[in-house]
Write a protein that binds this ligand. Structure first.
Ligand SMILES: [Zn+2]
Length: 218
């Protein structure tokens, strides 16, 4: 199987509500928030791991096509006609002949406009760009709040540069692959990214989308 070419999908991911993509426990500072977001270890700048965007695209496409195992695990069928396995990689299936996973989703950083706003707030006003949201669990019996938990979010309006590389093999139907990836992005747009989607976080939209530099709309 020969690799024919790479196609690059680029664009802007805009947060239409606050976005929470959880950071690892090691990043929790003493006296910090209960639920921090993932940040660059050196700059402290929030970013969207490529694995988060790719994982959400995958799970949505699996739901749309009914492609997941009976116990709810990701699709690992490895069948030549399964675009989930071809595009995202067959889950836990080392014996397949699909070639390499067709998409690479890069980690997404703030675009220039958002980076400027982020730095301006920090440097000029000593404020954090990151939103801290507190949620209470209200006890049904007494109506009182219990265990407030603080949660970090990238604020609405923040924009990230995204990049997805699609590897096209000679045997691939290129249009089918690209359409599948676009549908994955539309699915993310129709649902949410990151955590707490059912409670209002993670609504995102894609703008200025380009395929190898040529604009397209989702
Ligand atoms: Zn499959």
């Amino acid at each position: 199987m020969k690799l024919k070419e790479f196609k690059k999908i680029t664009g802007t991911l805009k947060c239409d509500t606050g976005l929470h993509i959880g950071g690892s426990a090691e990043q929790i500072e003493i006296g910090g928030v209960d639920l921090p977001i993932i940040k660059h270890p050196v700059t402290g700048e929030p970013f969207i791991p490529g694995s988060s965007l790719k994982g959400k695209m995958r799970s949505q496409m699996e739901k749309k096509l009914g492609k997941f195992s009976s116990d709810g695990k990701p699709c690992g069928c490895g069948q030549p006609d399964c675009l989930v396995c071809k595009v995202f990689g067959p889950h836990m299936n080392p014996r397949h002949n699909l070639g390499s996973t067709r998409i690479l989703v890069r980690d997404a950083s703030f675009n220039e406009k958002t980076k400027e706003e982020y730095e301006k707030l920090a440097k000029e006003k000593g404020l954090s760009y990151i939103e801290k949201k507190t949620e209470n669990l209200v006890l049904r019996t007494t109506g009182t709040a219990k265990d407030p938990r603080s949660q970090e979010r990238v604020p609405s309006g923040a924009e990230f540069d995204i990049e997805i590389v699609v590897q096209i093999y000679e045997t691939d139907n290129e249009n089918n692959l690209i359409d599948f990836v676009k549908e994955g992005l539309r699915q993310v747009q129709s649902t949410y990214l990151g955590g707490f989607g059912s409670r209002g976080s993670g609504k995102v939209s894609f703008h200025d989308m380009k395929l190898n530099g040529t604009p397209f709309s989702l």
